[in-house]
Design a protein around this ligand. Structure first.
Ligand SMILES: Cc1cc2nc3c(=O)[nH]c(=O)nc-3n(C[C@H](O)[C@H](O)[C@H](O)COP(=O)(O)O)c2cc1C
Length: 176
């Protein structure tokens, strides 16, 4: 069975509605390791060797974060910059080649804002395309992302449905 590493990169999980529910739903799944990036590195100093070992021990990497200014959270960007280093991920290294990368993203704005012709004029797939290109560059397989938009009007029932779908997404991601 493939092993999955989920990197939860929320700056304030204790005040999170979506990402905390998602995290709680997946942390006891067999074969799944969940790390809370902000809790793990409160000083922002990432242990690159430890993170590389974690990735090497897993077949699939899920990056889970709330959208912030149409981007990932800053510590996740730093994690990528530091961990996907030359000589390891590319430029002579192929440590992640053949592994699977995917993202799980929450937003405040509603789904229709992220449609072609919508308020922002860009889809979530377009806004998160750097992750797809990153995967290509380091020879990873890219799985379509998991998105939940519209915290502004999200009911408890909708969150429960998304949380169950996310559990299935993490349990099955990359197996196809
Ligand atoms: C600094 C900052 C920037 C944000 N930028 C966006 C954004 O660009 N688009 C959006 O829809 N929501 C944005 N949000 C809202 C968060 O994405 C939203 O609150 C989060 O996804 C909800 O998940 P949570 O319940 O796990 O916190 C932003 C929030 C913060 C704090």
């Amino acid at each position: 069975m493939a092993n999955t590493l989920v990197v939860v990169a929320h700056p304030d999980l204790s005040n999170s509605r979506i990402n905390a529910a998602w995290r709680n739903a997946i942390e006891s799944l067999p074969g799944v390791t969940v790390i809370d990036l902000y809790g793990r590195y409160p000083d922002g100093k990432i242990d690159v060797a430890a993170e590389q070992r974690l990735i090497e021990a897993n077949d699939r990497i899920v990056l889970q974060f709330p959208m912030q200014w149409y981007n990932c959270t800053p510590l996740l960007k730093q994690w990528i910059d530091d961990v996907f280093a030359p000589g390891w991920a590319y430029g002579g290294g192929r440590a992640v080649a053949g592994k699977t990368l995917c993202i799980a993203v929450s937003t405040y704005s509603k789904a229709s804002d992220y449609e072609k012709g919508g308020r922002y004029g860009r889809t979530l797939e377009e806004l998160t395309s750097p992750f797809e290109v990153l995967a290509f560059r380091v020879e990873m397989l890219y799985q379509p992302g998991f998105f939940l938009s519209g915290l502004e009007s999200l009911s408890d029932e909708e969150l429960a449905i998304s949380t169950e779908q996310y559990r299935e997404f993490v349990a099955s991601c990359g197996c196809g």
